[in-house]
Ligand binder design. Structure first.
Ligand code: FAD
Length: 390
């Protein structure tokens, strides 16, 4: 007899087969590709729009969020089945969004009813794009040293300060950010979590140009920006609690993405064959070790998800650390396999896949910095997971 789970799986598969346009069943070319939503992003392909609208109408852009906030109301087990079936059919995520991945879970836990009803449905439909305003010029790894000030004045906070490395701030409609509301309290205790409309007077965004050219990074400044006090999430001066939840979700996301991307693209052995180096004993040894490490990592991610029901905690730092480090090794190995052809940056003497491999190799290094560097993950594992003394 068919169990309820089997029945649910069969229904999901049928619906996905009928609803996911064929062009949305191939992997996206680049990690930045896909629909990011909001009012300022470039127009999207009609199939991508259709796919997003169909998934959002079912609440499946946020499968386990409650229905009243635009989610699908699925249990953990049902959400897992949906993920598995999407993976099986090769369906792309319909929406990529910091709102879905990072802010939403924090709002579900700490937001007021009004905040949830105002923001969550727009996130699930991709109507609003969010950016993350955490890092500052003197506060990266030591995030709690942040100095952007928010002073309560009547029914609004007046915000002044500067955020750095705000990815895609120029395309975002709103920012979730950390501000200092009590400069006299110990540094973790004087921080609050605020939601800021990027169109507020006094917000300025300056894209940052890197040595490699244009980048998604921006510097965001606040000059006497008035933010309604109702946009404070959680208690005043207790924003660090909310910030940690967001960071745990960010780290889970980074390890998930590394996991997904490591199963895409050419297998290392096929690449070695294509470049005529498959007989090289040293490379063969590196490929075998890496494939085993990746397999072990992928199984560990799946087991951890099973045990935690998809709710990350400080243990997520273990996956973030290992996932990003193994991903760097994988990209380095691909470059070694391709030899000098692995170092092309532009020009016609390199194929498109060689050029994108070089960029992916360099991008893999950023993942062990964003969301807290590898050294910071080691500190968290030592203190919060293993309980070692300072
Ligand atoms: C791709 C990418 C996207 C990003 N997007 C955003 C974003 O959208 N919003 C945002 O707010 N920020 C963003 N960031 C910034 C990111 O959070 C910071 O770069 C990161 O936290 C490190 O801070 P930092 O760059 O100031 O380096 P620093 O803190 O100056 O660290 C420099 C080096 O010192 C080491 N170090 C520092 N402190 C310690 C310690 N206590 N123990 C051991 N080693 C230590 C670090 O590991 C690192 O190697 C992004 C970064 C990247 C790479």
């Amino acid at each position: 007899m068919e169990s309820r789970a089997d029945e649910f799986r069969a229904g999901v598969r049928l619906w996905l087969e009928q609803s996911c346009p064929a062009s949305m069943r191939a992997p996206a070319g680049d990690a930045e590709d896909g629909v990011w939503g909001g009012t300022k992003s470039p127009p999207v392909d009609p199939d991508a729009r259709t796919w997003l609208d169909r998934m959002a109408a079912r609440g499946w852009t946020a499968p386990s969020w409650p229905r009243e906030y635009g989610g699908g109301g699925l249990s953990d087990a049902e959400a897992r089945i949906l993920r598995e079936e999407m993976r099986q059919l090769g369906c792309r995520p319909p929406l990529k969004s910091l709102g879905l991945w990072m802010l939403g879970p924090a709002l579900l836990g700490y937001g007021t009813e009004e905040q949830k009803r105002e923001h969550l449905p727009k996130i699930t439909r991709g109507e609003v794009r969010w950016c993350q305003g955490y890092s500052e010029p003197e506060a990266g790894s030591d995030l709690a040293s942040l100095r952007t000030r928010a002073v309560l004045d009547g029914d609004a906070y007046v915000v002044n300060g500067r955020k750095m490395w705000t990815s895609h701030a120029h395309l975002a409609d709103w920012m979730f950010c950390l501000v200092r509301t009590d400069p006299d309290a110990p540094k973790h205790q004087g921080v609050s979590f605020l939601l800021v409309d990027m169109s507020s007077p006094g917000v300025a965004v300056r894209p940052i140009r890197l040595i490699s050219g244009a980048s998604p990074f921006c510097e965001t400044t606040f000059d006497d920006v008035r933010v309604p006090a109702r946009n404070l999430v959680g208690e005043p001066n207790r924003g660090w609690e909310v910030a940690k939840v967001v960071l745990e979700h960010e780290r889970a996301l980074i390890s998930d993405m590394r996991d997904q991307r490591s199963s895409e693209g050419d297998a290392l052995q096929d690449l070695a064959r294509a470049y005529g180096v498959v007989g090289d004993a040293v490379l063969r040894d590196r490929i075998a070790r890496l494939n085993l490490d990746l397999l072990a990592y992928r199984l560990t991610v799946a087991r951890a998800r099973e045990v935690s029901g998809g709710r990350p905690g400080p243990e997520t730092s273990v996956l973030k650390l290992y996932g990003t480090e193994v991903s760097k090794r994988r990209h380095e190995l691909m470059i070694s396999i391709a030899g000098y052809r692995g170092l092309g940056w532009s020009g016609e003497s390199f194929s498109a896949s060689e050029l994108s491999r070089t960029r992916a190799w360099l991008r893999s290094r950023a993942s062990s910095i964003e969301g807290g560097s590898s050294e910071i993950q080691l500190n968290i594992i030592a203190k919060r997971v293993l309980g070692l003394p300072d």
